[in-house]
Structure formats: structure tokens, C-alpha cells
Design a protein around this ligand. Structure first.
Ligand code: 0RQ
Length: 504
């Protein structure tokens, strides 16, 4: 009896990753599990990459269209990108090789809100799904499935795909089962009300289901998630966290927020993780999180009792923390709920429970618009991920960035952003290591003054002040931009490698 595969019929489908990959053909739309580097299939995609390489060596075309939950890892996005095996990719990526394909135009990339993937797929706009490859931690006796470290769009892909390949990964904890909460939005309108009122409310099942006749292959693996290491918080990250905590204290003092704050959503990256670390060291108690990803900092807070419960769709841990989590999962069992990404990021729930959304920005402009996706307006970084789902619907929408990038050659506060992901109406607070700008209730002109004064680096502050002064003098209007100069800082950087030289 296999320890992880308890269904006899599915045991008979056991095969190698190479055999399983034979079910995937050129032109297929493939949906996989995986969200922020966790819970993605690892063996079949690599075998598929070999198959694609072989076809290309033989002069034959072979590319797939790839839909996931969010970002995966080197064995999936990385391996397929290396062989130029993906013609279309959605909805989020952080893999450097895939990023290169996207920016080279080899892969058409649809960067979209993560809560929108399921409804858009149901609408038919993303086509039919040929094959789903889903990592599970176990198959139960009745053929139902236990997800691993990411729930993402798994159930939707299982329901929709014509063929299903399962990767049973025994590196993943078997006990993950009791964290999952699988509840699907109906495919017809009006949708049901999603009955989540508190972060830890469970509304669905512990397991996923699949039509067993569609399962064409089951592959066993023993492989860790991507588990990217975190760099330790630097001074900037700690300063940003400090400003934020001070702001929370002020809001509590005014009686605008309860002392345990409101459910936290925290984006990806080192700054977000530093904020969690600072909250853990601070005086706040009984915190909770309604978010999409659980990073190291949040796990520590759950363990230390600073945070009582967290709802997400996936983990994104460092190797050490992942190992620790696997060995000590008992500590976390009643504290974490993992939901489908349509639910973890659903506007209805985010608005009802009143989240505090904290996301990273690449740049912000003096009027409070935010770019989270494109470098110099053209080169895709990762994607919008779930930041838009939360920013628009949260009680409080916060964006964080160091005020400088690339050794000071870039100001993250610019006259006009080179790409708009979050319009000013969705951006309530901007924080850099310099300070915090509370933009709520402010007109564009007032926003500009606060952002330049509180958030811009002193090197660029006078230049921004001058831009704004000239705008007021020469253009005025509701939003006083100098159209010819609005993007000249970016232009200057692209031409010379610094926003500064000409401006100085
Ligand atoms: O480049 O890697 O070449 O050094 O951008 O910047 O400072 O390491 O910031 O890790 O916090 O990421 C917005 C990308 C910030 C992230 C973003 C360069 C900088 C570096 C990364 P290098 P940092 P972070 C929850 C919510 C969208 C998705 C999201 C993100 C690189 O937060 O992907 O929020 N957000 N999801 O040098 C040019 C600037 C720059 C710049 C930084 N102004 N101009 N380059 N960089 N600022 C999770 C999910 O949705 C799944």
C-alpha cells in the first residue's frame, strides 16, 4: 500500500514523468498548480521541456499555452522558458528565464489580477484546457485529492481540463490537508454570497475532487518547493516598517482602527517581510491576516502568538522556514486556512472584513499613481499579482518602496510613472524610508506636496519641487503636469544610466 496514493485505480496510473509528458502536445493549453513558488508540479514540466527540446531539435514546432495560479519555480516556468516552450503565459511570473522570454516577445504574457483568472477562464476568453498538471500531497481512498502548499486555481483546472496528470509529492506534509478550504464560486449569475466574515471561517471542503476517468497519469515526486531565500532586512526596509508602525499607532490612538489592527494583506518581497518582522517585535497583539501568501515573517508571528490566524492561498517560504514548517506543522494546523485564489483575493470578502493592504511598488508619481510591474515603462518585472485585488477593495491601501533604486540613479518617486497599475484612487498611503504620505482625502495638488516632502529622497526632492512649481506656473489645471517633461527622467535613465546627470 502506497503511503500517499490510497486509491487503487489511481495507483494503476502510476508512471514516469517522461511517460506522463507524452500526453501533452504542441498547441495544448496546460493549467498547473503553483502559486508564488510553492505547490507547483516539478517532474512532468521538466520531462515536457526535454520533449519540447527534442521536437525543436528535430525541426518540429512545440509550444504550449500555460496558465497557473501565480509564479512557479525553475522546474516549471524556468525549464519551459529555457526551451522556448511557452507561446502564451498568464497570470503571474517571477522566473528570470520566463521574464526574459516575455520581454523578448517569445512568450505572449497576460498580466492580470489573480482573482480574475477563474472568472475569465469560465467566460471562455482563455480558451479550453487540454491538460491539468496538479501537485498533490496525497490521493485519498475515494480518489479525492489533497492539495499541497498552494491551492491557487487547482479545483478549476481539475474541473475544466480534458486530461489530468497528478504529481504526488511526498516531500510535502501530509497534514496540510486540514489547512485547505476548497469552495468554488458558481459558474452562473448571480453568484452566491461568500460566507466568510472572519479570517478563519471555513466554508468548504478539505479536499479537491476530480473525475477519475480524466486522470491519465500519476507521477510520484519527492522535491521541495522553490523556497527562495530572503535577504535579511536592510536599513531601508526597517525604516519603512518603522514609519508604518508609527502610522498604525496614530490611527489606533484616533480610534480609527482597533488595537489588534485589521486583517493584514502583505505582498511579496523583502520589504513586506521586514514589515512582518517589525510587527512581530512591536506591541501589537492578536493580529490576523487575510492575504494571498504566507511568507517567513507571518509564520513567525503565528508561532509566537502575535498573530492568531491567517488566511491565504499559498506559502512562499525560505528553505530553512519550509523545513521548519514541515517538521513542526502541528503548531500551525488550527491557525492557517488555504483557499482558492478566487476566494483569498475576492473583492467581496476583502471589503467586508476590511483589510489593510500592504504592497510593493516599483515607482510612484507625485500625484500618487503606482507602477508595480514595468521597469522604465516597457520591461515586465513580475506582474500585478494580487496587489490590485487588495488595493482597490481594502479598508486601507498602502504601497511601499525605497525612495531610490539602482544605487541612486533612479528615483522611485517621479513626476509621472512610466506605467499605471494602481490609479491614484486606489493608493491611499505611500511609504519610503524617508517617510509616509497619508493621501486620503487629498486632491492631486495636495498629494504632490505631501509625497514630495515626505517620500522623495533628498537628492531628488528639489528637482521634483521644481517640476511641480513649473507645472503650477505654466499649466495649472487639476493635475499640473508638464507633458514634455513628465517622462523625461525615464528617458534620461534609458539614455545615460541615470535619472540624475542631466537634471543636476
Ligand atoms: O531589480 O532585481 O535587478 O536588482 O526592481 O526591487 O527593491 O528588490 O523590491 O522585492 O519589494 O519588489 C514591485 C517588483 C517590488 C514587487 C515589486 C528594481 C530593483 C530590483 C525589485 P534587480 P526590490 P521588491 C502579493 C502581491 C507586484 C505583485 C504584488 C512586485 C527589482 O513587490 O512584484 O504586489 N509587486 N503582489 O532594482 C527601476 C525603479 C525600481 C527598479 C525597484 N523605480 N526603477 N527599477 N527596481 N525600483 C503576491 C502575489 O501577488 C502573488
Amino acid at each position: 500500500q502506497d503511503k500517499r496514493i490510497h486509491h487503487v485505480g489511481l495507483q494503476r496510473k502510476l508512471c514516469s514523468a517522461e511517460e506522463a509528458a507524452q500526453w501533452i502536445h504542441h498547441g495544448d493549453t496546460v493549467g498547473t498548480s503553483g502559486f508564488t513558488g510553492s505547490g507547483y508540479p516539478k517532474a512532468v514540466p521538466m520531462a515536457l521541456a526535454d520533449r519540447i527540446q527534442q521536437a525543436h531539435d528535430d525541426g518540429k514546432p512545440f509550444q504550449i499555452q500555460l496558465l497557473t495560479g501565480a509564479s512557479t519555480g525553475p522546474e516549471l516556468d524556468g525549464a519551459l522558458a529555457k526551451v522556448n516552450g511557452v507561446s502564451y503565459r498568464a497570470p503571474f511570473n517571477t522566473d528570470p528565464n520566463m521574464r526574459q522570454r516575455i520581454n523578448a516577445g517569445d512568450t505572449n504574457y497576460l498580466d492580470m489580477h489573480l482573482s480574475h483568472v477563474a472568472p475569465l477562464f469560465r467566460s471562455g476568453a482563455l480558451g479550453d484546457m487540454d491538460v491539468a498538471i496538479i501537485e498533490v500531497s496525497a490521493i485519498r481512498e475515494d480518489g479525492t485529492l489533497i492539495a499541497s502548499t498552494a491551492v491557487g486555481n487547482n479545483q478549476l483546472w481539475l474541473d475544466s481540463a480534458k486530461k489530468v496528470i497528478l504529481e504526488v509529492n511526498d516531500w510535502q506534509c501530509r497534514e496540510l490537508e486540514s489547512m485547505h478550504d476548497i469552495w468554488e464560486v458558481s459558474s452562473t449569475f448571480p453568484h452566491q454570497i461568500i460566507p466568510i466574515v472572519n479570517v478563519s471561517d471555513r466554508i468548504g471542503k478539505h479536499y479537491m475532487s476530480v473525475d477519475l476517468d480524466k486522470v491519465v497519469a500519476v507521477v510520484k515526486t519527492h522535491a521541495s518547493d522553490r523556497n527562495a531565500p530572503f535577504s535579511p532586512s536592510d536599513d531601508n526596509a526597517r525604516a519603512i516598517a518603522g514609519h508604518l508602525l508609527e502610522f498604525f499607532d496614530y490611527e489606533i490612538k484616533k480610534g480609527k482602527m482597533p488595537s489588534q489592527l485589521l486583517p493584514l494583506q502583505s505582498g511579496i518581497g523583502n520589504v513586506a517581510n521586514a514589515v512582518m518582522e517589525a510587527l512581530n517585535e512591536g506591541h501589537f497583539e492578536n493580529l490576523c491576516a487575510y492575504t494571498e501568501v504566507i511568507q517567513d515573517g507571518m509564520l513567525t508571528m503565528l508561532e509566537d502568538g502575535k498573530m492568531s490566524s491567517a488566511s491565504a492561498t499559498a506559502f512562499s517560504l525560505s528553505p530553512e522556514k519550509a523545513k521548519y514548517f514541515n517538521e513542526n506543522i502541528g503548531i500551525f494546523l488550527n491557525k492557517i486556512v488555504l483557499r482558492s485564489q478566487e476566494i483569498s483575493n475576492h473583492p467581496e470578502v476583502i471589503r467586508r472584513i476590511g483589510c489593510i493592504a500592504m504592497n510593493g511598488a516599483i515607482e510612484a508619481d507625485i500625484f500618487g499613481n503606482v507602477n508595480s510591474t514595468h521597469i522604465m515603462g516597457t520591461r515586465m518585472m513580475n506582474g500585478i499579482g494580487g496587489s490590485g485585488d487588495f488595493a482597490r477593495n481594502a479598508y486601507l491601501s498602502i504601497f511601499m518602496t525605497p525612495s531610490l533604486a539602482k544605487g541612486g540613479n533612479i528615483s522611485s518617486i517621479v513626476p509621472m510613472i512610466s506605467r499605471v497599475d494602481h490609479i491614484s484612487q486606489d493608493v491611499q498611503v505611500i511609504v519610503t524610508e524617508q517617510g509616509l504620505a497619508d493621501l486620503r482625502g487629498l486632491s492631486p495638488r495636495s498629494r504632490a506636496q505631501v509625497i514630495i516632502e515626505n517620500c522623495a529622497h533628498p537628492t531628488y526632492r528639489p528637482l521634483l519641487k521644481e517640476y511641480y512649481r513649473l507645472g503650477l506656473e505654466n499649466v495649472s489645471m487639476q493635475t499640473p503636469h508638464l507633458l514634455k517633461e513628465a517622462l523625461s527622467w525615464h528617458d534620461q535613465f534609458v539614455a545615460t544610466g541615470s535619472m540624475l546627470s542631466e537634471l543636476k
